[in-house]
Design a protein around this ligand. Sequence first.
Ligand SMILES: Nc1nc2c(ncn2[C@@H]2O[C@H](COP(=O)(O)OP(=O)(O)O)[C@@H](O)[C@H]2O)c(=O)[nH]1
Ligand SMILES: [Mg+2]
Length: 214
Amino acid sequence: MKIRAVEFVKSAVKPAQYPEYDFFEIAFAGRSNVGKSSLINTLINRKGMVKTSSRPGCTQLINFFLVNGDVPRGDAPREDTRQSALSLVDLPGYGYAKVSKKIRAQWQPMVETYVGTRNNLLGLVLLMDIRREPGKEELDMVRWLESNQMPCLLVLTKADKLSKTKQLKHLDAVCKTFNRDRNGIVLFSAKTRQGRQTIWDEIHNLIDWYQEED
Ligand SMILES: Nc1nc2c(ncn2[C@@H]2O[C@H](COP(=O)(O)OP(=O)(O)O)[C@@H](O)[C@H]2O)c(=O)[nH]1
Ligand SMILES: [Mg+2]
């Protein structure tokens, strides 16, 4: 995808606050500090668009970004840019130990409500640190998304931290855990940009598939 423009649209915690547009949307989820903001920045070729942090667990908001589109404002007639615009959503991270119980209890309903109500959502990208075994959160989430027929791309982040041999070894282990083949899981690094094109290809496949469904 040629990135012409990227705009931060807004943050939201509940459906009434989501942007009212119906551009195709892709959401990114994962444990705090997994590299979610870095991955989105890499996809859109913007270094600081999505705030990255070495202090995990701070963002508990759903952040909407619009690529190559105009956010409809007021009652001005909306040009139909649905074919080319794409909405990217940075979901709050989960599973950070220092985050209070209260915040953790808010996370699940916030994300489940978002996935359950957002009609323009095409699919999720679920990020996992390549050095970590997938946890119960990830297994539960993938199972839940599958039961809701919501497509989910799995991405192993920070691949640059491991040698190529170790990357593949870990990839195969994760494939087994999720019962997917190597094509169903992407090795990614924000540092080397490894896997960036594959993620875009998968997003475009999803868009094509939806357009054929219509
Ligand atoms: N080596 C390496 N570090 C990364 C990569 N992606 C993110 N990081 C680092 O991991 C930390 C958390 O990244 P961030 O994108 O803020 O994670 P988020 O909490 O999931 O949004 C930061 O210190 C990043 O610099 C990567 O691909 N390789
Ligand atoms: Mg982040």
